[in-house]
Design a protein around this ligand. Structure first.
Ligand code: C2E
Ligand code: MG
Ligand code: MG
Length: 650
């Protein structure tokens, strides 16, 4: 406020403008339901105080202007209120900045925290003592407002708070998004400019509030608009907000229950009715949940999954599940189409330690996957076991990422024995990862992860290069090896230029394609067009193609026989079932392929008896622990050298 010694000189236009802006913004912010985080609360408080500063400035200025018609005490009181609110605003801002920097605001956990309030308390003291010592201002006997010697105090205190805030954001710049960092610095700059102009350049223009409002507007537009946290389709909070809420709960030591609902038939509905109808369905479910539980925090997770974070215990969870189940007994409508949803649930209550673990979201996701596997109506309470599994998954994922980034996947080799030549003539390359903490990791654990996260292409590429390296650097014929088999994921097979990419890698290494075999599973062979084109190209080069894990899926023989396979690998489960006297499916498989021009490989050969019997049954190749487990490259070479040497001696 720049109430000068002379009357009628104050320009209130800026203040009125600021008042309009902040109050509108404040009303809009509150009208859109915002995520109840401390930082959002403080931002709202900041808008409220800013509005109050502008409002009290206008009121006190008018009272000063028309001083003659008001008692002196009223002029004092109105100005004192204004100064206290003006002094409070930078405190709110500083607390807001601390909350952005994930510091438990208001907890006063550390002894020095209280110091932060001292400058504001000093302001209060100065303001409250002003009627007695006239330090900040004085109202003369003629009802005239005149500044006192402490006029600049407000500026210095504000500058101090802004300085502290700037230090906090700069110190935390690595944890803050760029847009947050820059908009906050912009706010600080605007505020300072407003003060400097009003206090030191042109004392009668009330620019403090307006400059501040511009800062608030930028922060609002940059990242504080509550709509940014909402899923447009359903009106619920976005999935990313679950993390934000849970982070804050952890920071403040608050424990809250979490429940998730998914629909067992959601993906089927998506396949049948298409995206648009099913997406409309999600928004209907979302709106229904919002109406049923208006006070709880609800989130939309993709693919028709909903999460609720709440403070109640088991009875709230039961009510939540009841409400959803009851609603799902009736259909949802899209035009004339009526659709039934079949819900499953996962939840955890606030009485366990798990709820505030950073991994909670993953644990809950695992629990809901379990519920989905169990099927209709399933309810899974998050257990320590599921939680531990989620922790392990996240560690494995990290190990996978590191191994790929550092290009240090391990490739093991498992010998493949030829029953005709009675010696090892090939091998299968099998990938592993070594992690300091977890030890040796097996592909069954990380390949599905790589497929889900999209890193399988990189993995396939690195494995294939290592195998080419091996072929390039060893005398294959000298070792008596005629092929090394490499597994391809269905995701690799779907790439249109897979064949050319593999060809380039072989060329780079000067590898003759006749030494390379590629294994694909039936699931990959289902996308017949692209796979056939790729296979034809590779076969033309001289690569041998093998159908892996035969017998584990629903085989479509016509499909398979239309593809240029050289080899069929019979899955170990079929081999074992035969030797355990469970069934003789193995015999039928052997019969099916024997008369065609296909070589048969049996997997899982673990004993001498199995090895001999399978040879007699007419299998061309055998692979299994009886010969050797998959071993590192050096060990494999030693194994082959030793065996081939024994053979020559024999
Ligand atoms: P697969 O291609 O069917 O490989 C055979 C699996 O059976 C290997 O498991 C091997 O260690 C195991 N095995 C072989 N003989 C025996 C035996 O006598 N007894 C028992 N109990 N097991 C035996 P591994 O290495 O854990 O690999 C599992 C699967 O992971 C592979 O099944 C393959 O589908 C996949 N995989 C491995 N390496 C790669 C790769 O580089 N890329 C891709 N996309 N998948 C890979
Ligand atoms: Mg294989
Ligand atoms: Mg296999």
């Amino acid at each position: 406020m720049g109430k000068g010694g002379r009357l009628m000189n104050w320009n209130l236009d800026y203040d009125i403008c600021a008042l309009l802006f902040t109050s509108t913004l404040m009303i809009y912010f509150n009208y859109r339901k915002w995520l109840p985080l401390i930082r959002n609360r403080l931002f709202f408080l900041l808008m409220c105080t800013s509005t109050m500063v502008a409002l009290t400035d206008v009121i006190s200025s008018i009272i000063c202007e028309k001083g003659a018609s008001f008692p002196i005490s009223l002029i004092y009181i109105s100005n004192m209120i204004y100064y206290i609110i003006l002094g409070f605003k930078p405190v709110v801002f500083t607390f807001y900045i601390f909350s952005l920097a994930r510091y438990p605001v208001g907890r006063f956990k550390y002894r020095g925290d209280w110091l932060l309030l001292l400058p504001f308390l000093a302001t209060c003291l100065i303001v409250l003592s002003t009627p007695f010592n006239n330090k900040l201002f004085v109202v003369t006997a003629e009802h005239q407002f005149v500044y006192g010697e402490f006029r600049s105090w407000m500026f210095y205190v504000t500058a101090l708070y802004l300085f502290i805030s700037a230090c906090v954001v700069v110190a935390n710049r690595k944890n803050l998004r760029k847009v947050v960092l820059f908009s906050i610095l912009f706010y600080i700059f605007c505020s300072l400019m407003g003060y400097i102009y009003q206090f030191f350049i042109y004392g009668y223009a009330q620019t403090v509030s307006l400059a501040n409002t511009v800062g608030i507007l930028i922060v609002f537009l940059a990242f504080q608009n509550p709509d940014y946290d909402r899923d447009r389709k359903t009106g619920l909070f976005r999935e990313s907000c679950i993390r934000k809420m849970k982070d804050e709960d952890t920071l403040y030591g608050v424990q809250r229950s979490v429940a998730e609902v998914a629909f067992e038939n959601y993906l089927t509905l998506k396949a049948v009715y298409g995206d648009e109808i099913v997406s409309d369905l999600s928004s209907k479910v979302g709106k229904y949940l919002l109406e049923a539980f208006p006070k709880e925090n609800q989130f939309y997770v993709h693919n028709g999954r909903f999460v609720m974070i709440f403070s109640g215990g088991e009875e709230t969870v039961l009510r939540y599940m009841d409400v959803v189940r009851n609603r799902c007994q009736k259909p949802f409508y899209y035009g004339d189409v009526s659709i039934y949803l079949s819900p499953v649930f996962a939840y955890t209550l606030d009485d366990v330690e798990i709820v505030n673990q950073p991994i909670l979201r993953d644990s809950l996701r695992l629990a809901i996957e379990l519920a989905l596997q169990k099927g209709k109506g399933a309810i899974v309470r998050l257990t320590e076991e599921i939680h531990q599994k989620a922790i392990r998954n996240s560690k494995v994922e990290k190990a996978l990422k590191t191994a790929l980034n550092q290009n240090n996947l391990l490739v093991y080799y498992q010998p493949i024995y030829s029953t005709m030549e009675k010696r090892v003539t090939g091998a299968e390359a099998l990938v592993r990862i070594y992690d300091e903490e977890l030890g040796l990791l097996y592909p069954d654990e990380f390949i599905p992860m790589a497929e889900e996260k999209g890193s399988i292409l990189m993995l396939g590429d690195q494995v294939f290069r290592q195998v080419c390296d091996f072929v390039q650097n060893h005398d294959m014929d000298g070792l008596g090896l005629s092929f090394i088999e490499v597994n391809l994921s269905p995701f690799q097979c779907m790439r249109e230029n897979l064949a050319q990419e593999l060809e380039n890698i072989m060329k780079e290494h000067g590898v003759n394609p006749k030494y390379i075999g590629l294994e694909i599973t039936e699931s990959a062979a289902s996308n017949i067009e692209i796979v056939k084109t790729n296979m034809d190209y590779l076969v033309e080069l001289g690569v041998k193609m093998a159908l892996d894990d035969y017998g584990t899926g629903y085989s479509n023989l016509i499909n398979i026989l239309s593809l240029p396979f050289h080899v069929v690998k019979i899955d170990k489960s079929i081999v074992w079932a035969y030797f355990n006297d469970e069934n003789d499916f193995l015999l039928r498989v052997i019969q099916t392929f024997q008369n065609r021009d296909l070589r048969l490989v049996v997997e899982g050969v673990e004993t001498e008896e199995m090895a001999e019997t399978l040879g007699l049954l007419g299998c061309h190749y055998e692979q299994g622990y009886y010969y050797s487990k998959p071993v590192p490259q050096k060990e494999f070479v030693r194994y082959v050298e030793e065996k081939q040497w024994n053979r020559d001696k024999r």
